[in-house]
Write a protein that binds this ligand. Structure first.
Ligand code: 5GP
Ligand code: MN
Length: 338
């Protein structure tokens, strides 16, 4: 982000009172952590600020400071529409295409506010007045920290802000192990601990939250795992019937896809999850090394994401989607072999 933009943002922030912060649909730890981190920062500065999420977020985030103040567009349309229409500044966090906000896309496009994007996905679109985009960053939370730093306001980071930002950096880096984790990530993390983030409690709150049902659903997922050794690929399926049997709750399948990647030699892992009510199969794709799941998801499954982590969807049946996947991967044999 260029210095001119920072000057303009500083001046916009000094003029604007009504601000909303929007994470992407199906928000994860980074989307909610960055939104709440920025929320506390702006609120402490005296702004009238609200987080408006397109839909609900997983149970394992429902302890974050300020989460009870988040408004859910799907559940409170009228109120949220009024906030969007009246906002002077709209921050969009952890995504870079407005269609990632689902049904909020149209009202956002019509909004007159100044848009500020803070995001770490590749290939940003150009809807924002100020685009702070850096695909080299571990997480949007790390970028919010840097954004606060650019505003020369690191000294105003409270334990609440530190907790929210720590959480998103932790979840988006797989607890600081993905390649996106840099020495700078650790410096930011060190400062967040210094400023009051309680790392042990945060880790427990996010990860040690399995219900019996969720752990048994993981058992089913692992039984359904299939490995294609020749193509260094593994995939898992979960049908609606299997989800129902274990009383599936939002967030229950978080992290399941990583078990495929934990198999020696596997470089590409996918989970296919049936969502009968939406008539969709949702996919999470993960890779190791140079194989781009972002490109694969964009090309074949109406999705996208990062080099090593992406999402996608299909309106075929579960079996047909898996068959499509199996027919596509031989074309990538060479890329998957390096
Ligand atoms: P997850 O598999 O955890 O849902 O998503 C992995 C990554 O891909 C996240 O960074 C997420 O923002 C991105 N992603 C997930 N679904 C989609 C999608 O439908 N389109 C795009 N462009 N990115 C997605
Ligand atoms: Mn992210």
């Amino acid at each position: 982000m260029i210095e001119q933009s920072i000057l303009e943002i500083t001046s916009a922030l000094s003029r604007a009172n009504r601000i909303i912060i929007v994470p992407h649909k199906g928000p994860d730890g980074d989307a909610i952590g960055s939104s709440l981190g920025l929320y506390h920062f702006l609120k402490d500065k005296g702004h009238d600020v609200k987080v408006v999420a397109p839909n609900d977020y997983p149970q394992f985030l429902k302890w974050l400071p300020g989460q009870e103040e988040i408004l859910i567009f799907e559940e409170d349309r009228e109120n949220c529409l009024a906030l969007i229409n009246n906002a002077e500044i709209i921050f969009t966090l952890d995504f870079n295409m407005l269609d990632r906000t689902g049904e909020m896309e149209e009202p956002l496009r019509a909004a007159e506010a100044t848009f500020i994007m803070i995001d770490h996905h590749p290939e940003p679109s150009d809807y924002a007045d100020h685009t702070y985009s850096d695909a080299g960053m571990s997480s949007t939370c790390q970028m919010v920290y840097k954004f606060i730093q650019k505003l020369r306001a690191v000294k105003y980071i409270t334990p609440q802000i530190a907790t929210c930002l720590y959480t998103g950096i932790m979840t988006d880096t797989g607890s600081f192990r993905y390649r996106s984790t840099s020495s700078e990530t650790h410096l930011v993390i060190a400062d967040l601990i210094e400023k009051g983030a309680d790392n042990t409690t945060i880790h427990q709150n996010v990860f040690d939250t399995f219900t019996e049902n969720r752990l048994q659903l993981l058992g089913v997922a692992l039984q359904n795992l299939r490995v294609n050794k020749e193509l260094h690929t593994a995939y898992i399926t979960l049908s609606q019937e299997e989800l129902d049997r274990y009383n599936f709750q939002k967030g229950d399948t978080e992290g399941f896809v990583n078990y495929g990647l934990a198999i020696e030699g596997v470089k590409f892992a996918v989970i296919f999850i049936e969502h009968k009510s939406e008539g969709l199969i949702k996919m999470s794709l993960r890779s190791k090394g140079k194989f781009s799941v972002n490109q694969f998801a964009r090309s074949h499954f109406n999705g996208g994401g990062h080099l090593n982590a992406a999402g996608g969807k299909s309106d075929l049946s579960l079996q047909e989607t898996v068959a499509k996947f199996n027919s596509l991967i031989p074309d990538y044999k060479e890329e998957l072999s390096v």
